[in-house]
Design a protein around this ligand. Structure first.
Ligand code: AP5
Length: 253
C-alpha cells in the first residue's frame, strides 16, 4: 500500500506511521525527519530548511518533491510506503500524483487524523524525541522508562524539537490550516480519504487507523497488555473511525 498520513502538527502522524510501517514492512518516509537530518549534518539543504522550520514555515515545494521522488524510488519502498508530512500543499499533491503515474503507481489511500487544537498544543509542548531513532516520547503521556533516555538507546538523552516552542507551534498550526488542510478534500473527492480520530490512547488510535485502512494483521499479538508503544500511552476520549467522532476531532477545516 502507498499511504499518505494527513493531519495537523502533533496529532500523531509520526507515532502511528512509524508503528504501521514497522509492522507491515512498508517504508516510512517522513519529510520532517529528512529535513531535520539535513539540518543536523549542516548540508546546504539543511541550512536553508533550518531557517524556515525554525520559523514554522514550509520548505519550497520543488525541494520537497525532489526529496520524495528520490526516497520513494529506493528498494525498501517497493513493497509500499507511508508518507508522513508530505504532501503538504496542493502543488506537492499534484506533483506526487504525476511522479507516481510515471511509475504506473498511485497513492492508494490518505488517512486523516484529527484532534482539537488544545490537545495538539499540549502534545507538542510535552514532546521529547530520541536523536538517534527519532522515536517520539511525551513528558507525561509516553514517558521513557527512566524518564530521560530512549528506551531503545540507553544513554542517549531525549531532546525537545526546536520548532516545538509554543509560538512556533501556533505558527505551524496557522500554516497547516491555510496550506495543508485543503488536502483533506483533495483526497476525499475521489474516495481515497479515511478519517480517524487522533484522540484517545495511542493503541486505540492505532487500532482505528488499521481498521479504517483495512490492514492485514501479520502478527496477531495474543498478549493484550503488549502495545509496542512507549510506556504510559495516553488516555483521553475514545477514538474511532465513525464520521461523528472524526467530525468532532477536526481542527481548522
Ligand atoms: P514535521 O516533522 O512533518 O512536523 P508536523 O507535521 O508539524 O508534525 P509533527 O511531527 O510535529 O507531529 P506528528 O503528527 O508527527 O505527531 P507525533 O507523532 O510526533 O515537519 C516539521 C517541519 O518541516 C515543518 O514545519 C516544515 O517546516 C518542514 N516540512 C516537513 N515536511 C514538509 C513538506 N512536505 N513541505 C514543506 N515543508 C515541510 O506526536 C506528537 C506528540 O504527541 C508526541 O510527544 C507523542 O508522543 C504524542 N502523542 C502521539 N499520539 C498520542 C496520543 N494518541 N495520545 C497522547 N499523546 C500522543
Amino acid at each position: 500500500m502507498r499511504l499518505v498520513l494527513l493531519g495537523p502538527p502533533g496529532v500523531g502522524k509520526g507515532t502511528q506511521g512509524r508503528r504501521l510501517a514497522g509492522e507491515l514492512g512498508w517504508a516510512l518516509i517522513s519529510t520532517g525527519e529528512m529535513l531535520r537530518e539535513a539540518v543536523a549534518k549542516g548540508t546546504p539543504l539543511g541550512r536553508a530548511a533550518g531557517r524556515l522550520m525554525a520559523a514554522g514555515e514550509l520548505v519550497e515545494d520543488d525541494i520537497m518533491v525532489g526529496l520524495v521522488r528520490d526516497r520513494s524510488a529506493e528498494p525498501d519502498a517497493a513493497r509500499g510506503f507511508v508518507l508522513d508530512g508530505f504532501p503538504r500543499t496542493v502543488p506537492q499533491a499534484d506533483a506526487l500524483e504525476a511522479m507516481l503515474a510515471e511509475r504506473a503507481q498511485r497513492i492508494d489511500l490518505a488517512a486523516y487524523l484529527g484532534a482539537p487544537e488544545v490537545e495538539l498544543v499540549r502534545r507538542l509542548s510535552g514532546r521529547l524525541e530520541c536523536p538517534v531513532c527519532k522515536r517520539a516520547y511525551h513528558r507525561t503521556d509516553a514517558r521513557p522508562r527512566d524518564g530521560r533516555h530512549c528506551d531503545d538507546h540507553p544513554g542517549v538523552e531525549l531532546r525537545q524539537r526546536a520548532d516545538d516552542a509554543e509560538e512556533t507551534v501556533r505558527k505551524r498550526l496557522d500554516v497547516y490550516r491555510v496550506q495543508t488542510a485543503p488536502l483533506v478534500d483533495y483526497y476525499r473527492r475521489d474516495g481515497r480519504l479515511r478519517e480517524v480520530s487522533g484522540l484517545g490512547a495511542m493503541d486505540e488510535v492505532y487500532r482505528s487507523l488499521k481498521q479504517a485502512l483495512e490492514c492485514p494483521d501479520p502478527d496477531p499479538d495474543p498478549d493484550p497488555t503488549s502495545s509496542g508503544a512507549p510506556s504510559g500511552a495516553s488516555s483521553g476520549a475514545s477514538s474511532g473511525v465513525s464520521s461523528d467522532a472524526s467530525r468532532r476531532a477536526r481542527p481548522g477545516r
